[in-house]
Design a protein around this ligand. Sequence first.
Ligand SMILES: NC(=O)C1=CN([C@@H]2O[C@H](COP(=O)(O)OP(=O)(O)OC[C@H]3O[C@@H](n4cnc5c(N)ncnc54)[C@H](O)[C@@H]3O)[C@@H](O)[C@H]2O)C=CC1
Length: 296
Amino acid sequence: MFELVQKNILITGSNGQLGNEIKRIAALHENNFQFFFTDVAELDITDQQAIEDFIRENNIKYIVNCAAYTAVDKAEDDVALCYRINRDAVANLGAAATNNGAKIIHISTDYVYDGTASRPYTETDAVNPQSIYGKSKQEGEAALKKACPDSIIIRTAWLYSIFGNNFVKTMIKYGKERDTLNVVADQTGTPTNAADLANAIIKILDYSEANSFKPGIFHYSNEGVTTWYDFTLAIHKNAGITNCTVNPITTDQYPTKATRPKYSVLDKAKIRNTFNITIPRWEDSLNICIKELLSI
Ligand SMILES: NC(=O)C1=CN([C@@H]2O[C@H](COP(=O)(O)OP(=O)(O)OC[C@H]3O[C@@H](n4cnc5c(N)ncnc54)[C@H](O)[C@@H]3O)[C@@H](O)[C@H]2O)C=CC1
């Protein structure tokens, strides 16, 4: 008789934007997968022994690492902790996965690039991070590949969600409170609705079960290109905010501790073609998120 074997999946950092979005859709996939949702209180990824024990005791087959140190500017001063979470803990996860025959899907960032390109980055382009956060994530990728060659690394960008704090929520808040707002117009990239990335991750898990695990680096953001300024205009339009004038400014006019890439559009042909994933445009996904935010 055919026996359905559920595969156990550990989601780390599940109280964050991406982790919460995976939680939301997990129920639809419980026939194939049993999810173990954890965050730092239940499972601190810097605790190597705890990670080893958890993976072994729960017979984990896949780890989706959504845990990270994500405070980009704060990281410039909080260097040791940033590296502990974004590099050393990722190496530990990799070692624990290898020791226990598990596979990893790890999330990385467009900040591994220096942003000097003038065409979309492909996964084979040289990395050259310009911030502590970017460096820590890039070194995390390298440490993971060494500790667990059977890993998928997804570089994403400009993540937002109905959960947590993010640019979309902040611009809605400021748009309601202020008459004018200055937003950087010379940084180009693509926003990513974390719900879309969560769907892509589930699709990769399904694919891995049905076919084979395809290790490597992959890009994922929504489709299209924008700047923070144009993104803000779209946010306000979708949210029905009409009383706030948004002024375009340059990066020099808005200094931040951490250097951001000027250009970080990601080429996504590899993830689309490998896993047969359809990627929504950023305008459509923004519309969906804001509709949901306004209904809460
Ligand atoms: N937010 C963004 O704009 C972007 C994020 N990314 C990457 O995407 C991934 C997901 O990001 P978000 O969901 O936005 O992050 P988030 O900041 O919303 O969530 C991160 C989660 O990790 C948890 N965490 C931190 N330290 C931990 C530890 N030692 N043990 C266990 N959990 C710990 C936090 O409690 C939090 O719930 C991260 O790898 C991030 O670097 C990549 C590009 C852009």
